[in-house]
Design a protein. Structure first.
Length: 169
């Protein structure tokens, strides 16, 4: 039994060795410049890039991960800490946990259709890295959900569900 179809929703880029650069982050962030939290969020991002970050800075950049910084997004972000297994997260990202060359070689031979879905405002993945990721598969469809962040099912649940359902048919 094999995989008939694979849907990757805002996947991590670590395993395949694709980087999202500080300039990628800035480009996506600039799309949010009319948001009331933008100035504080961008300043916090620059502190993070400079290595002078605080926990408050990480809280200030949280809105960049969502297509809309509304009550739903704030509740989702507030619940994140209670849903994260720090031991598992550390193991996932541990030194040597990934072999990007081997992973890329395996993906190049993956014959089933792949949907890679990212949000246009996805600060963790971003449209450019998402396109590079989709390009690793021989049969991939990249969908960049307009107005979507890293959690596109929160930003437009109907569009998200319709896209994934159409692919899985």
């Amino acid at each position: 039994m094999g995989v008939d179809r694979l849907a990757l929703i805002t996947p991590s880029i670590k395993a395949v060795g694709i980087a999202i650069t500080s300039e990628d982050h800035r480009e996506i962030a600039r799309l949010r410049r009319s948001e009331p939290w933008f100035t504080a969020g961008l300043a916090a991002f620059e502190a993070i890039v400079a290595g002078a970050d605080t926990q408050d800075d990480w809280q200030a950049v949280a809105p960049f991960f969502y297509g809309r910084w509304d009550a739903t997004a704030r509740a989702h972000q507030a619940a994140e800490g209670g849903q994260r297994n720090e031991v598992a997260a550390a193991a996932f990202a541990a030194e040597g946990a990934f072999d990007p060359d081997a992973t890329r070689a395996a993906l190049a031979m993956f014959a089933a259709p792949v949907l890679l879905l990212s949000g246009a405002l996805d600060w963790a993945l971003g449209p450019r890295p998402a396109a590079a990721y989709a390009g690793l598969f021989p049969d991939a469809e990249l969908v960049v959900q307009a107005g979507g962040g890293h959690y596109p099912w929160l930003d437009d649940a109907d569009r998200f569900a319709a896209t994934v359902a159409a692919f899985l048919r």
